[in-house]
Design a protein around this ligand. Sequence first.
Ligand code: NDP
Ligand code: 13P
Ligand code: ZN
Length: 353
Amino acid sequence: MNELKSNKWMQLPRDVLVGSDMLGKVADVCSDLQLGRNALIVTGQKTRGIAGIKVAEELEETGRIVQIHVSSSASMEEVENVMEIAREMDTDFLLGVGSGKSIDVAKLAATRHNVPFLSIPTAASHDGIVSSRASITHNGETTSIQASAPMAVIADTEVIAKAPFRLLAAGCGDIISNCTAVLDWQLAHRLQNVTFSEYAAALASMTANILIESADSIKPELESSVRIVVKALVSSGVAMSIAGSSRPASGSEHMFSHALNRIAPNPALHGEQCGIGTILMMYLHGGDWKEIRDALRIIGAPTTAHELGIEDKYILQALVESHKIRPERYTILGTGITPDAAEVVARTTGVIS
Ligand SMILES: NC(=O)C1=CN([C@@H]2O[C@H](COP(=O)(O)OP(=O)(O)OC[C@H]3O[C@@H](n4cnc5c(N)ncnc54)[C@H](OP(=O)(O)O)[C@@H]3O)[C@@H](O)[C@H]2O)C=CC1
Ligand SMILES: O=C(CO)COP(=O)(O)O
Ligand SMILES: [Zn+2]
């Protein structure tokens, strides 16, 4: 790590654009940031046609050379494929255009290739669209890897409003999960003296609370709803940058979601699982879990295993195994909960019936 990198306190995006027809502004942003001529777009199978091609055309119109890579998974092999293409075409910058997976692959490949990266989400499904973390699967294990923050985030509210509403509701679940993430962080600070940032924690909690208060404003196909959620995701990402870790936005509820990804044959969306994890972990914290459940219900995010499409037995198994996911991150789960206790929390909160 060079001296500049090791001395950095926090990394933040330089430009954040949120609004209608923002895809039409990509070339201007690249010129403004002096990003160079050779661009490599990482996009997904569906999102290629939704935004990838449009972004490529916008860049080509200004004389840039653009290559599109369609990525099917957020795996280390994909990151290496993208790095190989970047080396071959002497790429000046990368763009992740699409959902979480495309953005994570572009983010890590750009970090390792040492070029800037732009995040252009087509869905507001989690705060990875702005964070300096990339979730990558390698040898069957998904890990959250430190990467560079995007140089710019360009969120076209028109495109995101047309995405399946389930993705936006999942983004809300990811934001609401800050409630228990911060409680876990405070607990770890008190019991284990882990480094704690009041600023990061306050920003993360405030962001979740504003979203809970705005729950009835989150509606399908409304750009105003997208704007609320994207702003909250940006705010959560900034909290993680201030903290220098995902602590303000990822605690026991994320460990539950990560455990489900390992255990359940068909996991649901990240933010959906984290939302339900927040209900469960808030119960364990002795907090107002009904407030969390009600906000998720109003938004239209799942609050039960049935709505998540995951069998009760996997929910219980994930609860019992969550503490093993990241043993170094102390949370309310401590050294784990028993199968009996898991059943009580899941039944009392109505997550299983
Ligand atoms: N870096 C971080 O901090 C974080 C990373 N993650 C990671 O992100 C990934 C999950 O991301 P998430 O976005 O929830 O899910 P996915 O990346 O799995 O995307 C879900 C689906 O939505 C599709 N999609 C996206 N936008 C649109 C649109 N506008 N219209 C129609 N379909 C659309 C995608 O299409 P397509 O096939 O084209 O991609 C994909 O099929 C996981 O790999 C997870 O580990 C999660 C949280 C934080
Ligand atoms: O999803 C995240 C924050 O919302 C990132 O958290 P992880 O560090 O658990 O991957
Ligand atoms: Zn998350």
